[in-house]
Design a protein around this ligand. Structure first.
Ligand SMILES: NC(=O)c1ccc[n+]([C@@H]2O[C@H](COP(=O)([O-])OP(=O)(O)OC[C@H]3O[C@@H](n4cnc5c(N)ncnc54)[C@H](O)[C@@H]3O)[C@@H](O)[C@H]2O)c1
Length: 266
């Protein structure tokens, strides 16, 4: 199975966070040239510092852009910078996202709902719009289109009590994924969504902190719905990203890939 991304240009949003940092490292190890973005400049700089050197010992030189994905101009700037440096975008992973503190829908302020939709839905939408246009153009000119992977959540497939705004936003990401995949299936672009359950990243650390329990107890409550009884590691999630985006996976489009320790099987 080919998990070789040598000379492929891989764009990752949210590259300063848990999945994004791990993904940057693994795609770099697999030979990719990287276009990385995040709104948190310090976190992104840490991710860049953690990248492995290339086989000949030269330090990794990703394209780096700081910005808020909820603004359409951010993704324009990110894609333009990637094309200016590398000439194309082969893989785009729309991974940046936010989760609000746990709360019932009836207690959720409209401002929280709006913010979650702005980042998780509009942010993904702005990314896809620009990435699809670029990849379809690549397909027309040289027959090589591209691959888009949206990071949704198992909360994009089933209800998530105390996370209604988040679940609504991730259901929307799944809808964008399926619809756009149908539109681009003959135009050289594969588009899929990844649906993890709780994974050990700063996002889940913040969720645990917001709960009214000691951290161990809070984490135990959070994973009580997961049949495997634990969080995923970022590495487990990123291994799936590599396969989904690889040439080995050439006939999958419009799908959700669920990595949830069995949560949605019941
Ligand atoms: N960790 C989990 O348990 C889990 C489970 C399912 C899905 N997800 C999804 O995976 C993705 C990555 O999550 P993570 O766990 O790595 O979270 P994280 O909080 O560790 O990282 C998210 C990154 O996105 C960036 N970001 C947030 N809003 C942004 C914005 N408006 N513009 C630009 N960058 C922004 C943050 O600065 C951060 O670096 C998210 O979409 C999340 O919803 C996470």
């Amino acid at each position: 199975m080919s998990m070789d991304f040598t000379d492929r240009v891989v764009l990752i949003t949210g590259a300063g966070g848990g999945f994004g940092r791990e993904a940057a490292q693994r795609f770099a190890q697999a030979g990719a040239r990287l276009v990385l973005t995040d709104r948190d400049a310090d976190a992104l700089a840490e991710s860049v510092a953690a990248l492995p050197a290339s086989a000949d010992g030269t330090p990794a030189r990703p394209v780096v852009q700081i910005g808020d994905i909820a603004q359409a101009a951010t993704m324009d700037a990110v894609v333009d910078a990637g094309i200016a440096e590398f000439g194309r975008i082969d893989v785009a992973i729309n991974n940046a996202g936010i989760a609000p503190d746990l709360m019932r829908l009836s207690d959720t302020p409209a401002s929280v709902m709006e913010q979650v939709m702005q980042v998780n839905v509009l942010g993904t939408f702005h990314g896809m719009r620009r990435q699809i246009a670029v990849m379809q153009e690549q397909f027309r000119s040289d027959g090589r289109g591209g691959v888009i992977l949206n990071v949704a959540s198992v909360a994009g497939l089933v209800g998530a009590p105390l996370l209604a705004a988040y679940a609504a936003s991730k259901h929307a990401v799944v809808g964008l994924t399926r619809s756009a995949a149908l539109e681009t299936a003959k135009r050289g672009v594969r588009i899929n969504a990844l649906c993890p359950s709780f994974a050990a990243t700063p996002m889940v650390d913040a969720m645990v902190e917001s709960m009214q329990h000691e951290p161990d107890e809070a984490l135990a409550r959070l994973v009580s719905s997961v049949p495997m009884g634990r969080t995923a590691t970022a590495a487990e999630v990123v291994e799936a990203m590599l396969w989904i985006c690889s040439d080995a996976n050439s006939f999958m489009t419009g799908q959700t890939v669920t990595l949830d320790g069995g949560l949605s099987a019941g």
